[in-house]
Design a protein around this ligand. Structure first.
Ligand code: GLA
Length: 393
């Protein structure tokens, strides 16, 4: 891939200035998700991919018992003793401390390390800058201390860091996509068995276009955990009649209808969305295999409707953006992407139509919300990896 030279030289320069040695370098990507939203923590199916935007890290061991961290984006340093790893007030640091603490549980570190990082993923846009950071830290520790961690251990350390240091009870999709990404491929992942398959992302005359609403919802994290709890509530009600249902992955609409009287309308809606979304992912992979992009795109619109009306994780601005492209024939599909309450929509659009659509949408959005949309034409990329200096010098 083509790295951001500017970011690479910045993190390298600052690292050398601060710690007087030559660093090693890592690129860790953000992710998109074609379809399968909020299904990961319900043991379901997702279809993410790593992208060419992410986190750049310069790192090295030190002779101390200290983690010395510097965030370029926040222009802020943190120093923490390796024996005092616990969540702190500075939120970006918790992703790093969380992963280090998880890995430390089974692989005590022999010394501290230094880390300077910056990224080109817009923060809070639903592109998983946090998973990119976590996966990068996992690989950095693995490399520095020769830990021989399996990729899945790095993935799980990131997810555990979210649970214990950040307070988001997230699923495994983001970290999995960041670590396991493959150039020009999407991943279809079964979040229960962790079996996965790569699909070539050959969209011919079509491309993926992300559209950043620039909305960040302050309640996103607590609402996320609330959705997860609502799904668990649904499962516990289902289990009274269907003891074999261990998660919504095992449920069907017929089963849900059989216990509908025992659950509130809200719980029913949350659960039926998940059951339907899982089905959509399986259909979507079939359509991708058959190169039926039209039907594939229609599923994106359906997914958005479910996310907005039944799962209630969209927001006015995201609904507006999907609405605007719904009847444009060059747009095959569109939906909000990621946890929700703001961030990006993902659109499958005819390449030749992109340059006309961008200013048109920008204009409409600005008139309505006095906010500037941003667009990203992403490429699908390899997962978290060390950067060989010869690659770019
Ligand atoms: C966030 C979480 C993921 C997943 C998505 C929604 O990105 O980190 O685990 O649940 O939301 O699909």
């Amino acid at each position: 891939m083509i790295y951001s030279e500017q970011l690479l030289s910045k993190v390298t320069y600052i690292f050398k200035q601060k710690y007087n040695t030559e660093p090693e370098l890592i690129f860790s990507p953000g992710r998109i998700n074609l379809i399968g939203e909020h299904t990961d923590y319900n043991d379901g199916f997702v279809m993410p991919a790593a992208i060419n935007r992410g986190i750049y890290m310069a790192f090295g061991k030190n002779e101390l018992k200290t983690l010395r961290l510097f965030s370029l984006d926040f222009n802020q340093s943190v120093e923490i003793n390796i024996n005092a790893l616990k969540p702190i007030e500075i939120s970006w640091a918790n992703y790093i401390l969380g992963v280090t603490s998880e890995i430390e549980k089974t692989h005590p570190l022999r010394s501290g390390f230094d880390l300077v990082f910056g990224g080109d993923i817009p923060i809070g846009a639903g592109l998983s800058s946090s998973a990119a950071l976590e996966s990068g830290v996992g690989l950095a520790l693995n490399h520095l201390f020769g830990l021989n961690l399996k990729k899945i251990e790095i993935i799980k350390a990131g997810q555990e860091a979210e649970h214990h240091f950040v307070g988001v009870r997230c699923g495994i999709m983001d970290q999995f996509a960041s670590v396991m990404g493959k150039k020009n491929h999407v991943i279809q992942l079964d979040c229960r068995s962790l079996d996965f398959e790569y699909f070539p992302s050959i969209f011919d005359d079509f491309q993926i276009l992300l559209c950043n609403s620039k909305v960040k919802h302050a309640l996103a994290e607590s609402s996320y955990n609330q959705r997860r709890a609502e799904c668990e509530k649904g499962v516990s009600i289902l289990q009274e009649k269907f003891p074999d249902v261990n998660s919504l992955r095992d449920a069907t609409i017929t089963m849900l209808d059989a216990v509908r009287g025992q659950m509130s309308e809200i719980i029913y809606n949350r659960c039926s969305y998940i059951v339907e979304e899982n089905r959509r992912v399986l259909k979507a992979s079939q359509f991708l295999k058959n190169k039926d992009l039209k039907q594939f795109g229609a599923l994106l619109f359906e997914s958005h409707k479910g996310l907005s009306e039944k799962y209630e994780v969209s927001c006015e601005e995201l609904d507006f953006l999907v609405d605007q492209v719904q009847d444009i024939s060059s747009v095959l599909g569109s939906r909000m992407m990621g946890g929700g309450f703001g961030g990006c929509t993902i659109n499958l659009i005819k390449r030749s139509a992109t340059q006309d659509l961008i200013p048109e949408l920008k204009d409409k959005y600005y008139k309505k919300y006095q906010n500037e949309l941003e667009f990203y034409e992403v490429e699908l990329n390899d997962g978290t990896h060390l950067i060989n200096k010869n690659d770019y010098e």
